[in-house]
Ligand binder design. Structure first.
Ligand SMILES: [Mn+2]
Length: 224
């Protein structure tokens, strides 16, 4: 059986991401890699992570959208307040990965991302199989992902974490597992309501996790 390999919230941490792909011995010919979004912001190498992700998509990986990817998209589209909102959420680190000379006060955005904005626009909000739903933040309890406001798929937290009771297991990132637990534990979180949180808070000094399915085997890397 094909291995499903889920990774989330890379946040510009290219070195950790590459290290994790090596650790899991990812082979595009036999494995299905699913990335759950938030490739950019806060970490040092957002541009390079997106370049890597583009390459992985070409080889067959499923690439989902996160709220940070969405914020970058909206900033690039010059939506009102979008740049300020993005910068408040770690977007300046992403801008610096494209152009180290960018100052907080000027924020030129248009045109510096090359094809990356178009690439983000192609990202799906969720991926559903017979057994699983893969999504960045979660789903609205009682509502199919197809009928859910995409904003919630990118941003939902508590309502999903405590309220989900569907049959399919939901694999998600967005809320770091140490927050889900309320303890300093960055491992993958298995809720008793069929939810599995995999964001190990790598960019906050935690770890980058990979969940292998259906085996539920776990892998993780952290900064040395
Ligand atoms: Mn997120």
């Amino acid at each position: 059986m094909k291995r499903l390999l889920a990774i989330s919230d890379i946040h510009g941490e290219l070195e950790l991401f590459n290290e994790l792909l090596e650790r899991i011995e990812y082979d595009a010919a036999v494995d299905q890699l699913i990335l759950l979004g938030d490739y950019v912001d806060r970490g040092p190498d957002s541009k390079e992570v997106l370049e890597r992700v583009i390459e992985l998509k070409r080889q067959g990986a499923i690439i989902l959208r996160g709220n940070h990817d969405q914020m970058m998209l909206e900033a690039a589209a010059e939506k009102p307040c979008a740049k300020e909102n993005w910068v408040r959420n770690g977007g300046l680190a992403t801008l610096h990965s494209y152009d180290p000379s960018i100052q907080n006060t000027t924020l030129p955005v248009n045109g510096i991302f090359g094809g990356h904005v178009e690439f983000i626009k192609e990202m799906d909000y969720y991926h559903e199989t017979d057994d699983y739903i893969f999504v960045h933040a979660g789903v609205q309890p009682g509502v199919s992902p197809h009928e859910t406001d995409p904003y919630l798929l990118l941003w939902i937290r508590q309502e999903f974490h405590t309220g989900y009771s569907g049959n399919k297991t939901v694999i998600f990132g967005h809320t770091p597992t140490f927050v889900l637990r309320g303890t300093e534990n960055y491992d993958v979180y298995f809720g008793d309501n069929q939810i599995i949180g995999i964001d190990g808070g790598a960019v906050y000094g935690g770890q980058l996790n990979c969940l292998e399915l259906p085996s539920k085997k776990l892998y993780s890397v952290r900064k040395s």
